[in-house]
Design a protein around this ligand. Structure first.
Ligand SMILES: [Ca+2]
Ligand SMILES: [Ca+2]
Length: 283
């Protein structure tokens, strides 16, 4: 029987090795309670199933206007449920458009321990605990490096520095012009085995696979059971205001493939193995 067990173990190792070579892709499951999308985004009373929105945000069947292109607007939409999954991926699809050459202020995607409604960071609360991904349209520090996309982690103690566009606070970022694109812009955030990857689709084509990696970081520890949110804000300059329209927010939980099956498999055969040894002992 020891040989049998060895075969199972070797088989598992082989399966695992084959999967490792063919890129260890996680299995994805759509999480409808943490997602929103058209064409029937709202219910008859104007509310969004499983989400809460507020400030200047206006929800319709097709999209959520998180802010209209007027001065000093703030809006947000937050999941009502927390995310219990250890590994996950979200894809936000949105349009940021305005008549000015320069826009303001920007849009943020959040994953935080609390719903950060109504705050100074692109419509979200400062000193958040978790992840903020910012689409910063306005060049506050005059470094000619906006529009800019950045990731900032916070443990609830740091205040976002608008004056420097958070330059020294970012985990990483990339220069991307995300305003006034022919197709919606998409941001995909994957958090898998403590690696955080932010990919951006720049809205120049309608090919859903046209993503480019903007930030990838290992050893990132995000809190469990956080809320997802999207917020936006405009500024005080009449000539630099944008519509921030969220088209969809899609969440998938991710699970590690094969290894789990192998553990069950080897545990099962291990028990059979042990059981037969016991019988042999009795004989
Ligand atoms: Ca800025
Ligand atoms: Ca700047």
């Amino acid at each position: 029987m020891a040989v049998g067990m060895d075969v199972v173990l070797a088989g598992c190792t082989l399966i695992f090795a084959v999967y490792s070579v063919t890129a260890e892709l996680p299995r994805k499951k759509f999480e409808y309670k943490l997602s929103l999308k058209g064409p029937h985004l709202i219910q008859s009373d104007g509310s969004i199933p499983f989400w809460t929105h507020g400030g200047n945000a206006i929800a319709s069947d097709q999209s959520i206007r998180v802010t209209p292109s007027l001065r000093s607007q703030k809006g947000w939409v937050w999941s009502k449920n927390t995310n219990p999954h250890e590994h996950w991926e979200v894809e936000a699809t949105f349009r940021i458009s305005g008549r000015g050459r320069v826009g303001a202020d920007g849009l943020a995607i959040w994953y935080t321990t609390q719903q950060g409604m109504d705050g100074p960071v692109f419509g979200g609360k400062d000193q958040w605990n978790g992840l903020g991904v910012f689409f910063d349209s306005f060049d506050n520090d005059g470094q000619h490096n906006n529009p800019y996309v950045m990731v900032m982690l916070n443990d609830g103690t740091k205040q976002y520095d608008h004056n420097s566009d958070g330059q020294h606070q970012q985990l990483g970022g990339c220069l991307r012009d995300f305003r006034n694109k022919p197709f919606p812009v998409k941001a995909k955030i994957e958090y898998y085995k403590n690696a955080l990857t932010l990919s951006i689709h720049n809205g120049m084509t309608n090919n859903k696979d046209d993503y480019e990696i903007c930030v990838r970081a290992e050893n990132v520890n995000l809190p469990r059971n956080g809320y997802f949110g999207v917020s936006a804000a405009t500024g005080g300059l009449a000539g630099a205001v944008d519509d921030h329209d969220l088209v969809s927010f899609i969440t998938h939980s991710l699970t590690v493939p094969v290894t789990g099956v192998c553990i069950i498999y080897t545990t099962f055969f291990g028990m059979v193995h042990l059981f037969l040894y016991k019988i042999l002992d009795l004989l």
